[in-house]
Design a protein around this ligand. Structure first.
Ligand code: FAD
Length: 479
């Protein structure tokens, strides 16, 4: 008899409980916070996240994707605001595909509502895991309301307790457990941009808005109430930084100089900024994720990444889907299933961690850069002419189910083709006049497209086997 326990009822722990319950297991979930369905989001820590196709696919398998879509706002691209408040729109794809902006708190409530429907899921709130004893297979909890302590036994425990996982702490003391953490030199604060007095969107709807300024930036995510949640990213030190922006005057000077159009739309800017300390961003890598076949790390507890690519939750949801498939495919032989789970997922977690670090620099430094914009346009032209064979990296990550590893592999090969086109004299003018199409056709003819895309999509664990479709169906979104 399996006695399964999940520590953490955040996004990943809640979804995992549903997957395990649907496989027929009885699951107990312990969460240290109050039930988020009975609380408001913590002010300034609401965190909007974006869901993309891989995250939605994992929700769809358990019948939740439609409900998640209903509480989200689609973003079809990003609007770049330059220092003179001039804007440029960059669509995320040629085909009108969108990522979905959703409140993390609201999504957590939704997942718990669904978990609550299963008779074989027990949810316990205000219970903080404070110890793990692998001799006796027992977890120790402290109730955060009463202070009382209790224990619970398990045959397997899942650490879905986030980037600062208590269960992972325990594993770190074991021989041959590898662990690294790396803090970004940047942090972020959440600020509010409300709907206008007449209830309209303050900025154009249907997009994320970005103010890239080299070493710092502002990003705005749309909410269902027509407000935007903004993240101000600054370094900890330097100028400007969270260290240098200390007073109301410093803050207003920064905003009036760097984000004048946003500043005018943020009446509570000063209060919001003063309300909390900067939130750190951390990359955590560790291995193994399965210890003694009894402790299993999943989601941020196994791989915490920078938020820049918008993939942390999507990757964690994909972990749940893949783990569930491994259990089914191995006929519930847990040892084999868990071994396969970590073998499939670890390289993908490493790939998206690296991409997230690179993408953070790209958002901050490059999205407004003319060379970068030209490259994006060339990539879009490749995709328009060869929709079944060419997709840029962002599209492969956000709008396909290719594993992260495969997407990176394909993108590296594609990059060489894009460079060939970019090195053509007067590339920009030729793009405008349409002459570039001949160059793209020549480059594609020379490339061995068979080898180019499909031999590289070997099983890698990013998606369900039946979703290991070729790029044409992935990119077009056809099911
Ligand atoms: C600013 C920001 C923006 C982001 N944007 C995106 C995005 O656009 N797209 C995306 O996909 N991801 C995004 N992410 C990442 C995403 O939020 C995380 O990857 C996701 O929340 C991870 O889910 P999780 O359940 O693994 O961990 P968490 O959400 O951290 O949940 C862990 C849970 O465990 C509980 N817990 C912790 N310790 C204990 C304990 N000892 N005992 C009991 N319970 C415990 C916590 O209270 C919490 O509820 C973003 C993150 C940040 C910070």
């Amino acid at each position: 008899m399996e006695n399964l326990v999940i520590v953490g009822a955040g996004l990943v722990g809640s979804l995992l409980s549903i997957y395990l319950a649907r496989l027929g297991y009885k699951v107990r979930v312990y969460e240290r916070r109050m039930d988020p369905r009975k609380t408001e989001a913590t002010p300034y820590r609401s965190i909007n996240i974006t869901l993309c196709r891989r995250g939605l696919c994992a929700l769809e398998r358990v019948g939740i994707s439609e409900a998640a879509t209903n509480i989200a706002v689609p973003a079809l691209g990003r609007v770049i605001h330059d220092p003179l408040s001039k804007t440029t729109y960059q669509p995320y794809s040629n085909r009108g595909e969108a990522i979905l902006s959703v409140s993390r708190h609201r999504l957590n409530q939704l997942l718990l509502d669904h978990a609550g429907v299963y008779g074989n899921i027990e949810l316990h709130f205000n219970e903080e895991c404070v110890g793990l004893d692998l001799q006796s297979n027992k977890l120790r909890f402290q109730n955060r309301m009463s202070g009382s302590q209790s224990t619970c036994s398990f045959t397997r425990v899942f650490g879905a307790d986030g980037a600062f996982s208590r269960l992972r702490d325990h594993c770190q003391r074991r021989t041959r457990f590898n662990y690294s953490q790396c803090y970004s030199i940047q942090a972020y604060k959440e600020l509010v941009m409300p709907a206008t007095a007449s209830g309209e969107w303050p900025l154009s709807a249907g997009a994320l808005h970005i103010w890239p300024r080299g070493s710092y930036m502002l990003i705005a995510f749309p909410n269902t109430d027509r407000s935007f949640t903004c993240s101000l990213h600054l370094p900890y030190e330097g100028d400007p930084s969270f260290g240098s922006v200390r007073s109301e005057q410093d803050l207003l000077a920064l905003f009036q100089h760097s984000f004048p159009d946003a500043c005018a739309l943020m009446p509570s800017l000063v209060q919001d900024y003063a309300a909390g300390s900067p939130n750190a961003m951390i990359t955590v890598r560790c291995f193994p994720w399965v210890i003694d076949n009894r402790v299993v790390l999943i989601g941020d507890a196994a791989h915490s990444i920078y938020p820049s690519y918008g993939q942390g939750a999507n990757a964690g949801f994909e972990d749940c889907l893949i783990l569930s498939q491994c259990i089914e495919q191995h006929g519930h032989a847990w040892d084999q299933a868990l071994a396969e789970y970590q073998t499939l997922r670890k390289p993908n977690a490493d790939a998206i961690a690296e991409l997230s670090e690179l993408h953070f620099q790209e958002l901050r430094d490059s999205v407004g850069d003319p060379h970068f914009l030209l490259r994006k346009e060339v990539e879009r032209r490749f995709n328009s002419l060869y929709p079944g064979k060419f997709a840029d990296l962002y599209s492969m990550i956000s709008f396909t189910l290719l594993s992260y590893v495969d997407a990176v592999h394909i993108s590296r090969k594609q990059e060489a083709l894009v460079q060939q086109v970019m090195s053509v004299q007067h590339c920009c003018e030729k793009l405008r006049s349409g002459e570039i199409d001949d160059v793209i056709h020549q480059v594609m003819r020379r490339a061995d497209t068979e080898e180019f895309f499909f031999s590289s999509t070997k099983p890698g664990g990013g998606a369900a086997p039946e979703d290991k479709q070729d790029l044409s169906t992935c990119v077009s979104g056809a099911e």
